[in-house]
Design a protein around this ligand. Sequence first.
Ligand code: COA
Length: 256
Amino acid sequence: MAESHLLVEREPGLLTLRLNRAEKKNALTRDLYARLAEALQQAAEDSSVRAVLLTGGEQCFTSGNDVADFLQAPPTGQDSEVFLFMRALFEFPKPIVAAVSGPAVGIGTTLLLHCDLVYVSRCAALRMPFVNLGLCPEFGSSLILPRLLGQVRAAELLLLGEGFSGEQAAAWGIVNAVLEDGAATLNKAREVALAFTRLPPAAVADSKRLLRAPERERLRQVIEEEGALFTKRLHSPEAREALMAFMQRRTPNFAA
Ligand code: COA
């Protein structure tokens, strides 16, 4: 991968991970996942890092998993790069703050459910079109979203694959706040992430663990079940048709 697809910026106490593949709307490749996983694993061990800020560009957070990768080299199981990244995020012991501007598609929305604080811009467009792609919910979203939103609203997002705005996400408690534009969103998220660098780190880590403890084991189980099904569904005729259709810029045909 070109080194520049993930920009890693360090300042005292804060590590910023910035997706930087604008030409493909920050689609996440296997290499990009691997780099993200490695950066988080190192940050977890590094006592000079007190918080992580995860962001994309001002026009796009991420368009989700790289569709060409899904077709050519789909994840095969728990050792695949996407699982390594999401496990590193799920297990990350320090605060992670996300700044989201523009589209956050697929895993781009799912991963926000595992960040501690999320700020979005007015132009944020979130969507989990897994069913539309012949796939299924991933990384705990089938447990987390019905609990947060109720079954019927979760069905709109996960069974119909409907998109939603930053305002809706804030009203539903998925994100903390909506800011005017990408720059304001990044500033706010950075300010919050920097606040963690001034707080006592062990108390923050204990508190994060407590906040996330109640559903932890059930969530691990669900993530494993979803992962097995998702990996299997990637090879289904439905998913192949939907992914090919995206690449060929045509409407998928599920009639057969
Ligand atoms: N994987 C691979 N390439 C992607 C991509 C993805 N997830 N998302 C966008 N791209 C590529 C497009 O193929 C296009 O490449 P090209 O210029 O070589 O043809 C380029 O990025 C620009 O995308 P485009 O769709 O033309 O931009 P847009 O501004 O019209 O729309 C999005 C942006 C993000 C709304 C749209 O690309 C999209 O919905 N992508 C999501 C794909 C998806 O379903 N992801 C979930 C996978 S689980």
